[in-house]
Design a binder for this molecule. Structure first.
Ligand SMILES: [Zn+2]
Length: 70
């Protein structure tokens, strides 16, 4: 049971980190993928890809669940 709790805590943490990352990229900060060191870019709603934050190699792929105001 405690393992499960720990896992939950960890994924909540990762989630918070992702949200933070998205916020920073959306704010225009240059961030790099922590795996391939390529710059991260934002895909906004209405583009052909699902909205989110991606790196060119695809190892970072965080889809946005929130819909941004148009
Ligand atoms: Zn990458």
């Amino acid at each position: 049971m405690s393992d499960f709790k720990e896992l939950n805590k960890r994924s909540a943490n990762a989630y918070a980190q992702q949200r933070n990352l998205i916020k920073q990229v959306l704010a225009g900060k240059a961030k790099q993928c922590e795996h391939c060191k390529q710059p991260l870019f934002v895909v906004l709603p209405g583009q052909e890809k699902a909205p989110g934050v991606y790196c060119t190699k695809g190892c970072t792929s965080i889809e946005l669940e929130l819909s941004l105001p148009k």
